[in-house]
Design a protein around this ligand. Structure first.
Ligand code: AMP
Ligand code: MG
Length: 359
């Protein structure tokens, strides 16, 4: 295993552990500084925040068609939310989850997203598990009424979790009775890709989407410089470091985003290890994935978080096509070599060790 430190670790442990009790809601924060240039006659960006897909989204668009494009983008998100929501009784996913084993005809986009999720489930050895929903529900993450289920209950529910049991019948999905889909780990990234396509068709060349902490960029900033995307410290909510991106997505998964504390005093996060049915507890605090497509970043950030540091490194070496930044609960930051020169720690974190993962 080849790792190289390029910062000194002195003092890091004290700083980080002191802050660990404070968890935060969003994994990434944006730096929208400078708006030189004049694309399409507009020098200031047009920006709006709205709530969709169970999260806040902020879209920032430059150019003459910014305002119109933003409205269309929001409509597009709501359209996809209408297809994939697990709670909306009119959605495709709701219909499939309540089909009692009968085939359900779904929209082409649902078919596409599910095919992608199943492909990534296969690629990641089941770390991404699109049928995890019954277990997630038992932990109360779907209702907010969190509880720690007993082991037998989890074992029993795990019998209903198996992505290889999802079948196609023409354009219809067939799910075994008791099995349920949850595409929450990939849907926002896929939706981001769809919005980017829409913006590009509208001639937008510079925009930044914050989709509940998933960051997706169209082009660079209007002055041609890269976007500066802040990665949040999963422990304190501060900004740990900055990554520079253009025409790429940065998607972070971590238990700190959504978790509860059990009566046993333990923290339980919303990402479930499908091998055990328990929330991931493998020493990782967050995984950020950087690549051109949002859907790949989204699928991988969840799956690599389930895999843990060593398997994530192995996966990266074998697959390529993306970069990643992993933060461990003890004190490590691990970055793949493709991002090492465009990731920098904020001044308060300069003492932390950044380990570079090489091929
Ligand atoms: P993300 O924030 O993209 O990492 O997705 C996390 C969400 O995906 C959770 O809130 C669950 O709805 C769902 N989920 C949890 N564990 C898994 C898993 N192992 N595979 C697929 N989806 C999961
Ligand atoms: Mg994800």
């Amino acid at each position: 295993m080849k790792r190289k430190a390029f910062h000194n670790a002195a003092g890091y442990k004290r700083v980080l552990w002191g802050l660990q009790a404070v968890f935060i809601a969003l994994p990434a924060v944006l730096f929208l500084t400078g708006c030189a240039g004049n694309p399409g006659g507009r020098t200031e960006p047009y920006s709006e925040t709205f709530f969709a897909m169970d999260t806040y989204m902020t879209f920032t668009i430059y150019g003459a068609k910014a305002e119109d494009s933003l409205k269309q983008a929001e409509d597009r998100i709501r359209e996809l939310e209408g297809l994939w929501s697990v709670t909306d009784t009119k959605s495709d996913i709701y219909a499939v989850n309540h089909s009692g084993g009968k085939p359900v005809a779904v929209d082409g986009e649902t078919e596409e997203l599910l095919s992608f999720a199943l492909e990534m489930a296969e690629e990641t050895g089941g770390a991404l598990e699109p049928t995890i929903y019954p277990v997630l529900a038992a932990w109360g993450f779907t209702t907010g009424e969190n509880r720690v289920p007993d082991r037998e209950e989890i074992e029993e529910l795990l019998n209903r979790v198996d992505y290889t049991g999802v079948r196609w019948d023409g354009g219809s999905i067939v799910l075994e009775e008791g099995s349920m889909l949850d595409l929450g780990a990939v849907g926002k990234g896929y939706a981001g890709d769809q919005v980017i396509q829409l913006l590009k068709e509208n001639g937008v060349t510079s925009a930044l989407l914050d989709i509940g902490g998933n960051i997706q960029a169209v082009g660079a900033k209007p002055d041609g410089s890269s976007w500066r995307v802040g990665l949040k410290d999963p422990f304190s909510g501060g900004v740990l470091g900055v990554i520079q991106v253009a025409d790429e997505a940065v998607v972070t998964s971590g238990s700190y985003e959504r978790y509860f504390t059990g009566k046993d005093g333990k923290r339980y996060g919303h990402i479930i290890d499908p091998a055990t049915g328990y929330p991931v507890d493998n020493g990782l605090a967050s995984v950020s994935v950087i690549a051109s497509e949002g859907k790949l970043c989204d699928a991988l950030s969840t799956a690599l978080f389930v895999m843990g540091l060593e398997d994530a490194e192995r996966y990266w070496r074998q697959n390529q096509g993306f970069d990643m930044i992993l933060v461990t609960v003890d004190e490590g930051i691990f970055v793949t070599e493709g991002v090492k020169d465009r990731f920098s720690l904020q001044s308060e974190y300069q003492d932390m060790t950044v380990n570079v993962i090489e091929k």
